[in-house]
Write a protein that binds this ligand. Sequence first.
Ligand code: NAD
Ligand code: UFG
Length: 340
Amino acid sequence: MTEKILVTGGAGFIGSHTTLALLEVGLEVVVLDNLSNSSDIALRRVEDICGKSLTFIEGDIRNSQILDDLFNEHRISAVLHFAGLKAVGQSVRMPLNYYDNNVVGSISLFNAMARAGVFNLVFSSSATVYGEPTQMPISEDFPTGIPTNPYGRSKLMVEDVLRDLSLSDPRWSVGLLRYFNPVGAHESGIIGEDPNGIPNNLLPYVSQVAIGKLKHLSVFGNDYPTPDGTGVRDYIHVQDLADGHLCALQKILQTNGVNIWNLGTGIGYSVLEIIRAFEEASGRAVPYQVVERRSGDIAQCWAAPEKATRELGWSAKRNLLDMMTDTWRWQLGNPQGYGH
Ligand code: NAD
Ligand code: UFG
């Protein structure tokens, strides 16, 4: 039986791009996704782009029977664990859902992995675990902060569970990937980010304003201690992130213990810089109004990505214009996303 990679949440934004990257290097992939925030159309398009097929199992990571059956049926060498809920505001309103999906779900997956003797895992963590650091750029040895919402706390909890797990059993090899701000879409314009309802994140909102679906952008505060007063973030192209997962996967297959890598570009852009860059890439206006700060937002956040470069041989290759152009191509070609 050939060894395969299990991708939980593989129908989602980052999971679909990473699944494509795995298939493109010749790996076999099993995707487990409950489609709670995605469409299986994304997976069909992944297959179309690379001309290879994958195995899709519609199911929930909290379902032990599905997991046991999956591990029995397929010889899995490693798991890339993307499945989870990610909307910060919703996590404040529905904390139990978030802890159940993200923490209970992850523990259910780790239990099934241990039962099946699979100990290689890459986990989708987030720069949110750093809280509000006083210094930039953020390196992996910064202390984790106090996340301001249940979503962020759920990520930190899973990181802690994995650290304890690895201390209890040296067979575990875990990569904690702390993403900064994932944006963009595959350069084909065929797969991309398809947010449910009105987007919370800046880039999907900006692109829906540019195409005329939304009237104007609200810029959340221009009185931050940043060069133009608006929030600064480290935006990273989703294809660079996908490549980062390939590199992390290779590494964890050769090592043991818990390794943490930031996946960011090391460059911060302000909200106003993003608006200008998007206008340039799309040739459309992005009208905006400055409003109050959004509660829980930090002023600035960008990565020190050198550890990933040193240890994984990875660095982000795509620049701001690529991120904006690819987001726009996806938006133009798929005004209704995957149409679900
Ligand atoms: P996404 O919502 O597009 O993808 C998550 C996928 O997981 C979806 O396809 C969803 O249907 C699936 N899913 C959710 N709960 C599940 C469950 N219980 N069982 C099975 N499948 C389930 O999100 P994304 O942007 O691709 O994010 C992927 C991961 O990266 C998430 O864990 C997220 O928290 C993390 N992350 C995302 C960002 C970001 O800004 N996009 C930043 C940092 C970390
Ligand atoms: N912003 C606006 N208007 C909007 C949306 C966002 O001005 O309509 C601003 C925010 O105030 C912030 C910047 O744009 O300054 C980026 O905001 P996003 O919501 O796109 O991203 P965040 O940095 O707030 O959060 C993202 C993910 C989280 C993750 C965090 C750290 O959504 O899941 O990065 O990795 F935890």
